[in-house]
Design a binder for this molecule. Structure first.
Ligand SMILES: Cc1cc2nc3c(=O)[nH]c(=O)nc-3n(C[C@H](O)[C@H](O)[C@H](O)COP(=O)(O)O)c2cc1C
Length: 240
């Protein structure tokens, strides 16, 4: 399995530890090739809000030299792993800034057909609270990219770091990570699962919107090139 890993923090801390355990657990099940990016190192500029990516084309993003290679890696991968520590009840600034660089991937703009097959895992750690509110914006955003299935798991450390947790709690978390990896491995192996109802419904709505209201935009030309405006289906999958 090829997996693009976007680390929401440069720290070699709890979140990285959880991500490493997850990747090791995947490796127990077969070959894994991880392409890893650390934020903000690999995307060090803040989104300027120019919206050039949406209105003109993603090649006009002033930070294309950073955002381009990450997108290429995600497109080539079979799966995505996005991680974040909880910062003030939310995702890290680096992770939010990463997401801000890809609004053009939303289904209502120029979704990549590859993403309709891809599974993603969102992983987080917190001292205590805020895991749900940190993971939710990430999961919501990549659902709008058309990601086939999004899995999530967070860990409350209640200690200074991973090694300071009582050994039985560490074991429990390792077992939980192993179970998540098993489920994720099976999901990624199943290449022909239909996208969620949300993705299918939203795609149909966007096809109608783009066809009727978006003439002469990059979005319209993209949808036309894909053949989607002529009724070509974006995904052909076996029924579950
Ligand atoms: C700026 C900052 C804000 C934080 N905010 C929260 C928070 O809102 N809730 C929480 O439970 N932990 C919070 N924490 C603690 C971290 O989420 C927790 O220690 C996490 O496991 C750190 O991951 P890391 O070791 O990968 O950096 C915060 C830590 C930092 C540095």
């Amino acid at each position: 399995m090829k997996i693009a890993v976007i680390h929401g923090s440069p720290r070699r801390g709890n979140t990285l530890r959880a991500a490493e355990l997850f990747l090791e657990a995947l490796k127990k099940r077969g070959e894994v090739e991880a392409d890893e990016f650390f934020l903000p190192r690999d995307l060090p500029e803040f989104c300027k809000g120019c919206a050039a990516c949406v209105t003109r084309g993603e090649e006009f993003c002033p930070h294309r030299q950073y955002s381009g290679p990450i997108l290429d890696s995600m497109l080539k991968a079979d799966a995505l792993l996005l991680t974040t520590p909880v910062y003030v009840m939310s995702a890290s600034g680096g992770m939010k800034n990463f997401l801000d660089h890809y609004p053009f991937l939303f289904i209502n703009h120029r979704p990549r057909p590859e993403f309709f097959r891809k599974k993603a895992f969102v992983l987080s750690t917190a001292a205590g609270g805020g895991i749900k509110s940190a993971m939710k914006p990430i999961a919501t955003c990549i659902k709008y990219w058309g990601i086939n299935r999004v899995y999530q798991k967070g860990f409350r450390i209640f200690a200074l770091d991973w090694d300071s947790m009582p050994p039985e709690k560490q074991k429990k978390y390792e077992a939980e990570i192993d179970r998540c990896a098993e489920k994720f491995w099976r999901a990624v192996s199943k290449q022909d699962s239909a996208p969620t109802l949300f993705v299918r419904f939203y795609f149909a709505l966007c096809r109608w919107m783009v066809k009727n209201f978006r003439n002469s935009t990059p979005d319209y030309r993209y949808w036309q090139t894909q053949g989607w405006l002529d009724g070509k289906p974006p995904f052909v999958f076996k029924r579950d």
